[in-house]
Design a protein around this ligand. Structure first.
Ligand SMILES: NC(=O)c1ccc[n+]([C@@H]2O[C@H](COP(=O)([O-])OP(=O)(O)OC[C@H]3O[C@@H](n4cnc5c(N)ncnc54)[C@H](O)[C@@H]3O)[C@@H](O)[C@H]2O)c1
Length: 347
């Protein structure tokens, strides 16, 4: 982005500096809280609009607040005293959710406009925004044998209706808060994140969790069929949660990446059919596939071009899908069995 701003070096981040993480009752931000806590940060404020009893992860000793960040008045106490703000709150879900609830997705712009302003007013040194590969031009994603998406492919813009456009405009806020007001912002475009402690049932789950749950259900019900949306030829890449939180930390603290959108995803492309085959292998079962051609399927193909992240960080997400999927399958199986026994689980 065009700006003549000079990046001044930050004082060293101290372990007792205030860190704010929103969306912390959800999948990625919950894991980010755990990550920073494990790194020894002692003043983390975790925020989500969900009641605390519904958070996937609650980290003991972390200030955990139930507040709606789409309400401006709430964002000021949320950001009070913050040195760093990680804003991951969003109304979102897998394809089934974002194709059906476009208005809800668009309304996340309220969270992002209020949070960035509150972070700025609070004097936060750095602000992180979780964007998405859905911000990319959909016209470039009409073929399952996709060319991987590079950062410049967002413009000319033709983002995913609803969700993708909201991400694009919120990215723009991050760019201008740096250009006009000098707050250091970081923007990562996540490509499908998966792993334990995420949504696995209820309609907001994404493909890896959905395929694991459906397989577990089929085995449990002794009805070895699996329903899939589309013809299974859609291709995607999937990033394991541990890579995602590590990437967030690296991107947030890289001075070369201020106000610069960057892909955070793997470049291991698989079709949904291949994804199901991997789950079958883990579960030790073969399922009859039933394709629902009218189901939401999203773009035909999407992959992350990691040239830029490798150049900037000398790193890219690298957990093999087989490894991450096994951990995810085992976690969902545990949840499924716990729920079956009548115990309460977060879905
Ligand atoms: N999971 C992915 O594959 C993926 C891909 C691209 C981008 N992202 C982005 O990453 C971020 C985190 O996603 P996730 O997968 O953890 O989703 P998630 O649904 O598990 O977590 C989001 C959390 O935000 C909370 N939230 C929603 N509205 C809120 C509000 N007004 N105030 C406070 N909290 C609110 C929700 O209750 C939820 O717990 C989101 O911004 C999402 O758009 C995720």
């Amino acid at each position: 982005m065009e700006t003549n701003r000079i990046v001044e070096k930050d004082p060293k981040l101290k372990k007792d500096d205030q860190i704010v993480i929103t969306g912390a009752g959800g999948f990625i931000a919950g894991n980010l809280v755990k990550y920073f806590h494990a790194k020894g940060f002692t003043r983390i404020r975790a925020v989500d609009k969900k009641p605390l009893s519904e958070w996937y992860l609650r980290v003991p000793g972390v200030e955990s607040l139930c507040l709606d960040c789409s309400v401006e008045a709430n964002c000021h106490p949320v950001c009070e005293g913050a040195v760093e703000v990680y804003n991951l709150a969003a109304d979102m879900g897998g394809m089934g959710f974002i194709e059906r609830f476009r208005i809800e997705c668009l309304r996340s712009v309220l969270i992002n406009t209020h949070m960035i302003e509150a972070a700025y007013k609070a004097g936060a040194r750095r602000y992180f925004f979780s964007s998405s590969a859905c911000a990319y031009n959909t016209l470039l994603q009409q073929d399952p044998n996709v060319r991987a998406l590079k950062e410049t492919d967002a413009y000319p813009a033709m983002a995913e209706r609803g969700y993708g456009w909201e991400k694009l405009i919120s990215e723009m806020f991050c760019e201008e808060y740096w250009a006009e007001r000098g707050m250091k912002t970081a923007i990562a475009r996540f490509h499908n994140v998966y792993g334990p402690n995420g949504t696995w049932d209820g309609g907001r789950e994404k493909a890896p969790a959905a395929m694991c749950r459906k397989t577990i259900e089929a085995i449990d019900k002794k009805d070895l069929r699996i329903k899939m949306w589309g013809d299974g030829s859609q291709t995607r890449s999937f990033m394991y949660i541990d890579d995602c939180v590590k990437g967030i930390d690296m991107i947030m603290h890289c001075d070369k990446l201020i106000a610069t959108p960057i892909n955070l995803g793997t470049s291991e492309l698989v079709s949904i059919n291949e994804l199901v085959s991997k789950v079958e292998k883990i579960a030790g079962v073969k399922l009859k596939r039933e394709y629902d051609l009218s189901g939401p399927r999203g773009v035909a193909g999407r992959n992350s071009d990691n040239t830029f992240i490798k150049k900037m960080l000398n790193w890219e997400p690298n957990t093999p899908l087989d490894t991450g999927l096994r951990a995810t399958y085992n976690w969902i199986k545990e949840q499924y069995e716990t729920r079956k026994k009548g115990h309460r689980v977060v879905e």
